[in-house]
Design a protein around this ligand. Sequence first.
Ligand SMILES: [Zn+2]
Length: 293
Amino acid sequence: MKDYIIRGIDSKKSFRIFVVSTTNLVEEARRIHNTSPTSTAALGRALTAALLMGITMKSSTHSLTFKIKGNGPIGNIVTVANNNGEVKGYVDNPQVDLPSRLDGKLDVGGIVGKNGQLAVIRDLGLKEPYIGYSNLVSGEIAEDLVHYFYFSEQQPSAINLGVLVDKDISVKAAGGYMLQILPNVEEEDIAKIEGILNNAEPISTLIDKGLSLEEIIEKLFGEFNIEILEKKDVKFKCNCNRERIEGVLISLGYEELNSIIEEDGQAEIVCHFCNTKYNFSKKELLEIVNSMI
Ligand SMILES: [Zn+2]
């Protein structure tokens, strides 16, 4: 199944629902970053979450950064998405892994850590980005985000993020959904939604069974008559290029660049997000330094 996202609303306008399948792009991220199974699950959940939040942005020039910094061995997790369905991301320590939990699930909470913070940064092209923070509650990411939305954005929501890793450590199925309760919801519908979600299979299981996102919405929320408002492809895409990397070099400053030229005679810059290497010869570095004068 192709990776895509859909956005819908029920006929009574009680909630919005966003559902995304990310199997292929999480597998691509795994190959780029050479992640261990538990790191694949953590990064995959964070990439999926960024896409679900990114699609709510108003303009394609805006970006949403989702950052998790827990006290677990994986270190920082950073993912960035826009409303065009493009996402990129990395983790500090992709190779760390932990034994599975007693219930057989990958120990994402253990690798992320239960203590720490998450940040949601919306860059709307203004002088300052809008940044919201909250403390982690479990390190399982979906639960942490529900907590964030409730306390930092006063938005009651339900979120499910899942990555199934195959025996050969490739990604078998990945995806997620985010349900946002709207102000005019009726009490009895909240109870119904809770009942549905408590009994629902994880999204990654449903995707692994071959269900399309439309079928998943129908299976879970058929009684609410969901109207699909938007559908678009999603993919892993980094927007780095040589010009941007030159900008990074320039931001080091005149003295620092000169000392790199004197000491190393060249520079290799690796993009965190996609691992693309950019090499600059002494001549090219000198040109950059001269352009700064
Ligand atoms: Zn890149």
